[in-house]
Design a protein around this ligand. Structure first.
Ligand code: ZN
Length: 279
């Protein structure tokens, strides 16, 4: 009787565990795909990579981040390996926003990226100098200017905030406002979400234009194919990075809300606006 119940219990445990294992056989936990990486960027790796390969590396990193399979890194090992020198593949000019840290959203480690961060991700001579250092002196192959949605710097600019040194930031982002056209009477403040997002994208495009116009070093490196300069928008709601097509026109005409205006004309398309210049 006693032995019988023991056998019964054992069989029960066995069948439960079999059931559980069968039920979960096909399921893969996100951490199963994680890679424990001790790899760091070396002079050899950096030297061999093309700008397109560095860009792909960032795209793959953002995909891993979105899939919840960001790489497990041995930071202690990476600290040791990078202490003698750094050979980052890219330099990222991004906003100070706490939700947009490049190493996290691109799943990169120590020594992988140069970071320039300023509210509203625009370029001043000092910032151009930092990017020039990253590419010309330290060998990075890619410049990424990355803006994001719900950006406080862009919203403050749309509202023309004047407050201490924040006014200086507003002044830098302001030229982007002129490239976004709205219907007469349409809200051109942070209350208009579509307007804010359009300004944020234009701001990235103008910053790229500024980099290439005002930095002889970076323009020549891009013309020679040694580096590439690309724009992107980060979505703080989804974690996705969307790269901006270099052929996209700078500027946007926002359509009027449906039903508000009666017009026989077809919906307006994005159009290229050359003037005014940013500075
Ligand atoms: Zn921001």
């Amino acid at each position: 009787m006693f032995i019988g119940s023991k056998i019964k219990s054992a069989l029960l445990v066995l069948s439960i565990s079999l059931l559980l294992s069968c039920g979960h056989k096909e399921e893969k936990k996100p951490e199963d795909d994680k890679i424990l990486s001790t790899e760091v960027m070396t002079k050899e790796i950096q030297g061999k990579m093309t700008p397109a390969q560095v860009l792909q590396r960032l795209k793959d990193g953002n995909s891993r981040f979105l899939d919840g399979i960001s790489t497990d890194r041995d930071f202690g090992y990476q600290i040791k390996k990078t202490s003698a020198g750094q050979y980052p593949g890219a330099v990222i000019l991004s906003c100070i926003d706490s939700r947009t840290s490049s190493e996290i959203i691109f799943d990169q480690g120590i020594g992988d990226l140069f970071n320039v961060r300023i509210a509203g991700n625009f370029a001043t001579p000092e910032i151009l100098g930092s990017i020039e250092y990253a590419c010309k002196v330290a060998g990075s192959k890619l410049v990424v200017v990355i803006g994001h949605n719900h950006c406080g710097g862009v919203k403050g600019t749309c509202d023309n905030v004047q407050l201490g040194n924040i006014s200086a930031i507003v002044k830098e982002i302001k030229p982007a406002l002129d490239f976004v056209k709205t219907a007469v009477g349409e809200e051109r403040t942070s209350k208009n979400h579509e307007f804010v997002e359009a300004v944020a994208k234009v701001n990235v495009q103008l910053t790229i234009k500024e980099i290439l116009e005002k930095s002889d070093i970076l323009r020549e490196m891009k013309q020679a194919g040694t580096i590439d300069v690309v724009g992107a928008m980060y979505n703080i709601e989804t974690g996705a990075v969307e790269f901006i097509n270099a052929a996209d026109p700078i500027g946007k005409t926002l359509e009027s809300p449906i039903g508000e205006h009666h017009s026989a004309e077809p919906a307006k398309e994005e159009h290229k606006t050359e003037e005014p210049k940013k500075h």
